[in-house]
Design a protein around this ligand. Structure first.
Ligand SMILES: *Cc1c(COP(=O)(O)O)cnc(C)c1O
Length: 474
């Protein structure tokens, strides 16, 4: 056993190693070229028969992991939708681990239960959601979607006289699930978890930006016989486009249905008056999912779900057992998220919201979107480069045409994929690819607090340089 003296030495060393990693983060190659086999060679081996020196273990872990660490938290990582970590969020996360409170129950962690309660209130305020809504912290938007849809399943079936938590789904009234054709895969995964079926959905066609077509919704709703559970999204993972939330809410509520909004990153738009109009009508929905590890820049992992019907939310999540103390009248984490024992992952949210304030979150969102627009503008000015989407938020889709055959779609697909691979090898920045409405595209997502105009410009230079090199080779 390490004693407390060793504990302090180990933690100080870990802090020092983390500091060295963070200091080098902005300039290390963003992607990694390492093979899994070489990582296994240094990190693997048999389970030690006897324990090793703790300080040595920490030092070796940092050294051996290093070649395989992606500079994902750095300023020029534009892949997927990935935030970094604001320094205050990281510090609060460290303290959260040191405190090691189990937030399943209020009695197990009063201070941090109150911290999460306060953070929950601040988030509802920031997004303009009803103050009476419930809010639970989850591992991410996938589980936030799961939780919101579980609350919906409860409420819709309870209204039909069915207690799904007790009775299960066999023999239950059938729900009609409505999704936009470009719903995020995690919505379908949540439906899979909930026994509602990934493919047993009514799909509403989307427009050229990836928005659910509100004018086609009435036809889809007309084909629904049972209670309606509709999933809309704020922020298409490719284009950043927003479904017409006001129209969806109005039409689905006219049928007594439930509207869940997947706003994993797009909900943050509500923090800025510039982007809030994209979310018009969102506050009228029934549940909302969002990520804090994306745009709020807290370390992995943290998302949250809000629900306009706290009773449905709690009914879908809560647990009861004789040894539990749940009658304190205070906030028990287990009522609002799928986990029972859980980390106080709302603490970094609280800390970074305090550090940024309403004005700081707004500035963060606007700055990232300005940088995305700047990159889109610079790229679109280059010959043979096309920006495929309206850059309404932080997401940009870019396609590279073949200079010798600009009208050849297959050549543009091949060239776009080659440019993406070249940029990933180059290491100045990192971004990934997608297929957007049948066309290969490069995805740029800007949600890191530390990205500057210089980072954006340097990344555009690298992208265009790689595109030039690919052209020269082809
Ligand atoms: C990222 C994302 C999710 C999934 O979030 P996780 O945090 O990875 O669980 C869901 N929906 C959208 C629109 C997303 O961008």
């Amino acid at each position: 056993m390490e004693g407390r003296v060793d504990e302090r030495r180990i933690l100080d060393r870990a802090s020092q190693l983390a500091g060295e990693f963070l200091a080098a983060l902005p300039e290390r190659p963003v992607g990694v070229a390492v093979e899994a086999a070489s990582l296994r060679a240094t990190l693997g081996g048999p389970l030690p028969e006897v324990g090793e020196d703790g300080l040595g273990v920490v030092e070796r872990l940092a050294a051996d992991a290093d070649p395989g660490l992606v500079a994902m938290a750095g300023p020029r990582y534009f892949g997927f939708v990935i935030g970094g970590h604001h320094p205050v969020a990281l510090a609060a996360d460290w303290l959260t681990s040191a405190w090691d409170q189990n937030l399943g129950l209020y009695v197990a962690g009063p201070a941090l239960s109150v911290v999460e309660e306060v953070a929950a209130g601040w988030l509802l305020d920031l997004f303009g959601l009803p103050a009476s809504a419930s809010l639970g912290f989850t591992t991410g938007a996938t589980m936030a979607n799961f939780t919101g849809l579980a609350a919906a399943r409860h409420a819709l079936l309870a209204r039909a006289g069915w207690d799904v938590e007790r009775q299960g789904l066999f023999g239950a009234p059938e729900l009609d699930v409505v999704v936009g054709a470009e719903a995020h895969a995690s919505i379908l995964l949540a439906l899979q978890y909930l026994g509602l079926g990934r493919e047993r959905v009514h799909s509403v066609p989307t427009d050229e930006q990836g928005r659910l077509c509100a004018d086609l919704l009435p036809g889809v709703l007309a084909g629904c016989r049972g209670p309606i559970l509709a999933c809309a999204q704020a922020g298409n993972v490719n284009s950043g486009a927003f479904d017409p939330l006001e129209a969806v809410v109005e039409q689905v509520h006219a049928r007594d249905g439930w509207v869940h909004v997947d706003g994993a990153f797009g909900l943050w738009g509500a923090a800025s008056p510039r982007f809030a109009p994209l979310l018009r009508g969102a506050e009228g929905a029934d549940s909302w999912a969002c990520d804090a590890h994306k745009w709020l820049n807290v370390p992995y992992d943290c998302g949250f779900v809000a629900c306009a019907d706290p009773a449905a939310h709690a009914a879908a999540m809560t647990i009861a057992a004789a040894y539990l103390v749940q009658d304190t009248g205070e906030r028990d984490g287990v009522d609002w998220a799928p986990e029972f024992s859980r980390r106080a992952r709302g603490v970094p949210v609280y800390a970074v919201l305090r550090a940024l304030g309403r004005a700081g979150v707004r500035e963060l969102v606007e700055r990232c979107c300005d940088l995305a627009a700047r990159m889109a503008r610079q790229l679109a000015e280059a010959p043979g480069v096309r920006v495929l989407n309206d850059v309404v938020l932080d997401q940009v889709l870019v396609r590279f045409l073949d200079p010798d055959a600009p009208g050849d779609a297959a050549a543009a697909d091949a060239r776009t994929r080659a440019v993406i691979a070249a940029v990933q090898r180059d290491g100045t920045c990192w971004l990934g690819g997608t297929t957007w409405h049948g066309q290969a595209a490069m995805r740029i997502s800007v949600v890191n607090w530390s990205t500057t105009e210089a980072d954006a410009d340097r990344s555009v230079e690298a992208i265009l340089r790689c595109a030039g090199e690919v052209a020269a080779v082809a």
